[in-house]
Each structure stands twice: as structure tokens, then as C-alpha cells.
Design a binder for this molecule. Structure first.
Ligand code: N01
Length: 541
């Protein structure tokens, strides 16, 4: 149905974070009429919402940034090794201005439904503003970690004080001075925010269900020598990083941990610890594969925790038990040290869960911890959460939620059968959260834009993953994951943090082979996809 509130486009993009902004840039470059619809009142996606104290990237800024424009890459000055949320958001705003993207971004617009129409091969999107957008192509740039997970703690609604979720932090900030604060959760968001909240609060109580492994960031101003070296050959720096397992500058150790003697192992772990950051996990080649090897790295970190944290009982509680790396590794500035402060208490809720939240505190094992403010650092309904909030319907009205009721199924994380012309950026089944997100986003958007350009050149109306290609890809993603220790713990990679979510390992392990596969599929005329002949090109083109 067409009316005054219907806008016809060639491509509609959902989201205006790193992925949505670049999708606008690329698709507009093809001459398409494109618009990004963004629920936030500003651009930036993750970096618009996650404003909690201490929020920063944990991949170095020199590579947690776009590479599509050499000029942009050379002119932007990152101030620190790991940029703050504020600096990353300023960068994205600069990108939006520099490439004049804002005129094709519509803010304050929540997409509520997306419906595919079979005869026309067009998508119709509906929004909470009562508008409709009709387009041939729909690109979901909705983010992997954008749908907040707020567990149903009994009595939560009775709490009289202020509550915050790290993923929806107030723009004006929060002053914790003089307050008794609870932080629930000890993942990356908590680990970044706890040291800063502890400095302000009168008392901070941290409720920990699973201890996380965290490696020091050793953050600081960018080393000028490193900067000069990278800038001398930025493209080469990017190319080399893309060949590493996570698509980031984490060189993979040449040998296995068990091939090294204890002295060599200790030396290598110490070097990686001193260098800081997520690259700790690639110190040896067998850490994700072999429990015994993994345990050597895990024990090294536990020993560090015991050295840092003065109270032996607290240190033991902070020492994680699971395989290192199978839940997302964290990067911190003074996290473990914070538990030496007299105003910080750790409460272990691994065996005795949070019983209830009262008007004035958090109850565990019958004991109430009185607090004025609660910070929920309880994470996200990862990878599928922001898609399942939209009523997406494919061929014959099939809801995506029904198709994915047993867990997400995609071909290459880019597309799913029965949903023609619908693309996911860093969707489940792609390296996404197990890679450096920004290069992964660029690789996906480039693939999608090239694909759309290819379809248009041939006057093809639709592209759709075949069920056979999808089945084979899902099986392959699982096979690869099952060769590793990743499925061995309750991580959000498996959906284990959201009650009732199907337990399926969602990211694909291995950035370089993944990119090679995507390139090969495209080179073979989009092998594994079915193509529909032109029914006339997009409206108006
Ligand atoms: O979320 P999380 P996050 N009772 O899911 C706990 C990225 N990120 O926002 O482990 C008690 O990791 C939960 O416990 P458990 C990064 O990819 C990046 O911290 O499920 N506790 C866990 O401790 C990261 O991995 C950056 O047992 C409950 C915590 O809440 C991802 O975002 C910074 C509970 C949630 O941790 C998510 O990180 C921040 C319950 N009922 C985030 N339910 C950087 O780039 C949940 N928890 C640096």
C-alpha cells in the first residue's frame, strides 16, 4: 500500500553504527537511493548507547577503525592506544560529516516490522513513527550486542533507588559520590566500569556469578614510533592483521603450549601479559584446542590474580575456573586491584544466586546487601536479540523467529533461505564477535554492496541462500566450533546467558578462511545462492 507516509528506496539499512554508516556510504556509491533507519537519537550504535564509566574499545584504535578511506585513516588522530567511548563516537560523527552520510540517516526511528513481498521482490519496513519504507534490498546493520539483557530478578520493580544498565547509560552520566552501589555481572562492561565506580562510591558491592579472565590494557597515549611505523604502510598493517586468526594484530604463537617447557611458557605468557590486551590468548597455537594447554594459560592468569589481590579468599573467588577464552576475554585497567580497596566487596553468587531485589538492596542467601543504586552489567541478547525484536517475515509470511526457533541458521552469516534480498552485517555464522568487528563489518558491507551491484548489472531481482548451502554452512560452523574448547562453557556465544535461548554456537571461528570463502562464493557467481530474474529493477531506478 502506498501513501504519503511511504518512502520508496532501493535499499534500506537498519542501524547507523559502524555497519549502517558504511553501508550507506557503499550503497550510495552504487547510485542507489538508500536510507539508514536508526532507533537512537544519534548515530554510533554501540558507541552511542554504551556510555558507562570506562567504556572503551579493547582492540587497539589503530585497527578498531575504518580502512576504506586511506585519507581518513591518515588524518584521524587517536589519542590513546584504546580510545574511550567518547572519542570513538566523535570519530563516527567525523566520518558521517566527512562523507556526508547524515542526509541518508533517519534518527529516532525504530523499525518494528519488515515484510517480503513475493511477486514484487520488495521489502516493506514499518516503524514506530508510522512510516513505511519500500525497498528491493534490506540490510540489517543492527549490531551483535545491542539488545540489553536484563534478568528477571524477583522484586526488581520494587527497588526504590536508581537502576542503570551499562548498555543504556544516561547521556548526562551518573554521579556515584557518597552512594552505596551494586554492580551485578562481571563481564567486559563491569570490568571496565568497576574501577571507576569504586573511586566515586561510598561502597561498591560486586555480585559475581562467573569470574572473568582479564588481561591488563596498559593503556596510554599512542606510541609515536608505532604510529609512524603503521602510517608508513597502513595498508600493509591491515593486510597482515587480516591474515591473523581474529583479523586483529594478535600474532599466533608458532608452537603449542605443551611443546614449550614451563620456563619458556612462563616467559611467553609474561611477555604477552606485559604487552597487554586480547593478544594474550594467541600466545600458543593450541590454547583454544587442548584443555591441558589451555590450563597453563588459565593458571598463569589465576596466579597473577593471587599476586594482585591481597585477601586470599577474594583472590580465589576472582580466579576463574572455566577454560580461558571460551567466554570473551576481558581487558582492564586496574580491575583486580580494585578489590584491594576497603570500600569494595565481592559477593559470589555462583552457587547461591541473587534471591531477590528489595526496596533497599540485593538479597543473597537470606542476607540483604543495602544499596542506593544498582548497575546491571548483565550483557546482551547477543547476535540475534536485535533481529528478534523486529517482526521479520520472509516468503509466504514466514517469521524469522519461527525459522530460527532452534537457533539462527544462515549461509555465511550474510543471508538466510526464504528471506530473499535480506542481508545481515556480521550475522550469526560469521566471525563477527570473534574477530575485530570493524574490519569484519567492512568486509561484510563490501561483499553485500558488490553483490547488489552484480545483481543490478544483470537485471536480477532477487538473491536468496539455498537451503542446501545454508545447511552445509551451519554444519561447518558447528564442526569448526566442536574442534575447539569454545562450546565448553556457558557463554553468550552460545546464547547461554539468556534463559530459554537455544544453545547454538553463533560466531564462525577463523577470519582468514571465512574471507576466502566469501570471495570464492562471489567469484563463482554467488554459489549457494538462488537468483531470480528481473521483475523490473527497484522502484524508480
Ligand atoms: O556482558 P557479558 P558485557 N545473575 O554477557 C552476569 C562486548 N564488550 O556487557 O557469566 C547474576 O559479558 C553474567 O554472568 P555469567 C564484549 O564482546 C566489549 O559485560 O552469565 N549475574 C556476566 O558476568 C563483551 O563480551 C567491550 O555467569 C548475571 C555479566 O552479567 C560483550 O560486549 C566492553 C545474571 C554479563 O557479562 C558483553 O559484555 C564491553 C544473573 N541472572 C562489552 N545474568 C570492549 O570493547 C547475567 N549475569 C572493551
Amino acid at each position: 500500500m502506498k501513501d504519503a507516509r511511504t518512502t520508496e528506496l532501493d535499499a534500506v539499512v537498519v542501524g547507523a553504527g559502524f555497519a549502517g554508516l558504511y553501508a550507506v556510504h557503499r550503497l550510495r556509491g552504487l547510485g542507489l537511493r538508500v536510507r539508514a533507519l536508526e532507533r537512537g537519537s544519534g548515530i554510533g550504535g554501540t558507541w552511542f548507547w554504551n556510555r558507562y564509566p570506562g567504556a572503551r574499545c579493547d582492540i587497539e584504535s589503530l585497527e578498531y577503525s575504518y580502512q576504506f578511506s586511506p585519507e581518513l585513516q591518515h588524518e584521524w588522530e587517536w589519542s590513546e592506544r584504546y580510545a574511550t567511548q567518547g572519542e570513538i563516537l566523535r570519530y563516527l560523527e567525523h566520518v558521517a560529516d566527512r562523507f556526508d552520510l547524515r542526509r541518508d540517516v533517519q534518527l529516532d526511528t525504530l523499525v518494528t516490522a519488515a515484510r517480503f513481498d513475493e511477486p514484487t521482490h520488495l521489502w516493506t519496513l514499518e516503524t514506530d513513527t508510522g512510516e513505511r519504507f519500500v525497498a528491493r534490498f534490506c540490510v540489517m546493520a543492527t549490531g551483535c550486542l545491542s539488545s540489553a539483557n536484563l534478568p528477571e530478578f524477583p522484586g526488581r520493580e520494587h527497588f526504590a533507588g536508581a537502576t542503570y544498565h551499562t548498555g543504556h547509560w544516561p547521556h548526562e552520566g551518573v554521579d556515584f559520590t557518597g552512594q552505596r552501589v551494586a554492580v551485578i555481572g562481571t563481564g567486559s562492561s563491569a570490568i571496565q566500569s568497576i574501577p571507576l565506580i569504586a573511586r566515586e562510591a561510598q561502597h561498591l558491592t560486586v555480585f559475581q556469578r562467573t569470574a572473568s579472565y582479564s588481561i591488563p590494557a596498559h593503556n596510554g597515549p599512542i606510541d609515536p614510533e608505532l604510529l609512524a611505523e603503521v602510517r608508513a604502510d597502513y595498508a600493509g598493517f591491515r593486510r597482515r592483521n587480516a591474515q591473523m586468526p581474529f583479523g586483529a594484530n594478535f600474532p599466533l604463537g608458532e608452537k603449542g603450549a605443551l611443546e614449550a617447557d614451563p620456563e619458556e611458557r612462563g616467559r611467553v605468557y609474561e611477555q604477552r601479559w606485559q604487552r597487554g590486551g586480547l593478544g594474550f590468548i594467541t600466545a600458543f597455537s593450541d590454547l583454544p584446542l587442548d584443555r591441558e594447554a589451555n590450563e597453563t594459560a588459565a593458571e598463569f592468569v589465576r596466579e597473577k590474580i593471587r599476586q594482585i589481590v591481597r585477601d586470599p579468599e577474594t583472590a580465589e573467588n576472582l580466579a576463574p575456573k572455566q577454560v580461558i577464552g571460551c567466554k570473551r576475554l576481558c581487558v582492564d585497567t586496574g580491575y583486580y586491584e580494585t578489590f584491594n580497596r576497603p570500600n569494595v566487596t565481592l559477593v559470589d553468587v555462583s552457587e547461591t544466586p541473587i534471591q531477590e531485589i528489595t526496596g533497599s538492596g540485593v538479597v543473597v542467601g537470606g542476607r540483604e546487601y543495602p544499596v542506593d543504586t544498582i548497575v546491571f552489567a548483565t550483557g546482551f541478547d547477543a547476535m540475534t536479540g536485535s533481529l528478534s525484536r523486529i517482526d521479520i517475515r520472509g516468503r509466504e509470511g514466514l517469521p524469522l523467529s519461527e525459522k530460527w526457533s532452534g537457533g539462527p541458521r544462515t549461509y555465511l552469516g550474510l543471508a538466510t533461505a526464504d528471506f530473499p534480498n535480506l542481508f545481515f552485517v556480521t550475522g550469526p555464522g560469521s566471525p563477527s564477535v570473534l574477530s575485530n568487528m570493524v574490519p569484519s563489518i567492512e568486509q561484510h558491507v563490501n561483499w553485500i554492496a558488490d553483490c547488489i551491484g552484480w545483481l543490478r548489472e544483470r537485471d536480477l531481482a532477487a538473491i536468496e541462500a539455498t537451503p542446501a548451502a545454508e545447511d552445509a554452512w551451519v554444519a561447518h560452523v558447528n564442526e569448526v566450533a566442536d574442534l575447539t574448547l569454545y562450546p565448553s562453557c556457558n557463554s553468550w556465544y552460545l546464547g547461554a546467558n539468556v534463559p530459554g535461548k537455544p544453545r547454538v554456537f553463533m560466531p564462525y571461528l577463523g577470519f582468514p578462511p571465512y574471507v576466502a570463502k566469501c570471495d570464492e562464493v562471489a567469484a563463482k557467481g554467488y554459489e549457494g545462492f538462488a537468483l531470480a530474474p528481473g521483475a523490473g529493477m527497484p522502484p524508480g531506478s
